[in-house]
Ligand binder design. Sequence first.
Ligand code: ADP
Ligand code: MG
Length: 702
Amino acid sequence: MVKGLSDFIRKAREERREFLYEYEAKEVLRYAGLCTTKQIVSKNVEEAVKAAEEIGYPIVLKIASPQVLHKSEAGGVLLNIKDSEGVRSGYTRILNNVKSKLPEAEIKGVLVQEMAPESTEVIIGAARDTQFGPTVMFGVGGIFTEVIKDVSFRVAPITVKEANEMIGEIKASKILEGVRGLPKADIQAISTIIVKVSELMLDHPDIEAIDLNPVLIYEDGAVIVDARFVLEEKKKPVREHPPVGELKPLLDPSSVAVIGASTNPEKIGHKILRNIVDAGFKGKVYPINPRGGEILGLKAYQSVLDIPGEVEMAVVIVPANLVPSVIEECTRKGVKGAVIISSGFRDVGPNGAELEKQFLDMARKGNLRIIGPNCQGVSNPRNGFCATWPIVDAVGNVAIISQSGSIALEIPTFLAANHSGYSKSIALGNKADVDEADLISLLAEDGETEVIAVYTEGMEDGRRLMEAIRKASSSKPVLVLKGGKTEAGRRAVLAHTGAMAGSREVFEAAVKQSGGLCREDLEELCDAAKTFSTLNIPKGNRLLVVTSSGGAGILSSDACEEAGLALAKVSESTIERLKEALPDYCILSNPLDLTGNAYSNPSMYRDALDIIIEDRGVDMILVVFGDPIPDAYDVICEQVKKAREYKIPLVANYIGGADIQEAEIDGLQKRGVPVFPTPKRAIRALSQLWNYHKQVTRLNGG
Ligand code: ADP
Ligand code: MG
């Protein structure tokens, strides 16, 4: 505990104050080794004059009152006071200002403070995010932070290196580098404060938020001139999570009971059973129906307890009020996992939530793990375990984890249409038990999964999510799409930074910090999943564009820089070789423009690619087929293989192809060339491969 902090907190609690005064907060920061302005609290004019003399002119006067949150708004800050006369008149003025603006404000005194020389102002803040806990924010002061929201976030603990990244990440970071005659800022001094704030938040759960606004930053050093600590109200209990090892039966069971199986083909209870049978599930299937009999040629049992052999998992499709007793029976039978499709729980309000808690308690006692309730099931196309509706038949290497059922089906549908496929798809629904973090950890170890795509609307415990992403990212990319906003902590609004906590920005910063890749929308998530499922990770970010369309070439160059890629510079010897191989009208730069003549002479693509792939300055390739170029896939077939041997990711954009376009795209994708409808989408997808390379390097300490 930093010296003085516990006393200040105790005193604030006694006085029912939700925050520390500026002078208290700054005292704590000084003890923590940070530089603040010299300060003395005065109770009357004479004390103020004495204090000013002790500190040395010029000085600043500030109001100290529990009711005044924003001092300058209440006329409670007077700057640059140069002598004792100024202190006397200022003292009276400040009291009058505050009394007229906030008549009820109790005045605890006036803070006399050293005046820090004018300079660039930055803001460093911290808040407890509802999902990720202590999170630190950085921005350049004034309108940049408030209006433009040009800020960066990291989840604590923060290393010096991460703090430096935060500073470099904001758009206004150029101001700190000293543009237009501004002094170059002491970046080290800022990162020291960021790291310290992160430590304070971690070490002191009593602090809900910290606002250092502003910090004045100089060529040599930084001074905190205003500080606010907001105190935490009470702590939320954290839900316990059993080990991930017990999850396997949920996705790859050897036997399954379908509880609520129905003879009526219109009912979900029938469709799911039929899908499991139709998808060729290799294990045992037991329909459960109170009427017994036979469904789809299988003997139906009245209860799981009547099944003679072992049952590893259950799919539950019965009315909500029956779910607790069904789960209780499952635990008695020794069932290891259940996917609860039924809705009518937390999704419908407090009574439903109570029912959800009932079955969860039973499941915990009986070591049974649950996916759902209120979910659209799970699908493992490799072993034909398709406990969902409908079936998407496309075995591949992308695993999908989605809070939404439709998205859990849309991504496999998209992949199937693009000649790619999926390994597992899990719809999470209410997440009573199993959540994204559990499944990411499980799929990190899954030999059939090489890419993990996640759609989530947020998590209770973001730190578990970060840990899981960190673990998985070192061996496979984790792509994350966040939907919706989460609510900021109520009290966090007492501090400036708090208003930004719980936001999508924090979520994305946390995912990135853990090595994951955030995508902006469903289209980007699908595009990235498709790209990672087929292509190698490149060694660099130098892109070569081969095109027959000048326009698409220009659009590609435009998209390149924005996506963080560079246009490759082709070597002299490559140019020489291209000159020999291609007709004179080709434009031998990057984009390499084969011109509209490629329409009648498509073999130019083959000749160009053959040479380019061997250039060491090229890390990835985009091939643009503009116009209806026939049999494109046959023409470049060998070069696609060659690019793969050279570990150069190659994608295509096929445009203006009229009536043959669809068939051409299909042909290319069948041969492992991901095709995108626009150059921009192609380049954005490629940039994710490069970003992943950077993330892995960073995770490994590079
Ligand atoms: P509040 O944020 O509560 O309105 P501050 O203490 O941040 O009050 O003061 C308002 C502004 O006055 C600051 O943003 C800063 O520009 C300036 N200021 C405050 N204290 C000092 C100081 N000690 N030295 C120099 N400038 C100061
Ligand atoms: Mg301030």
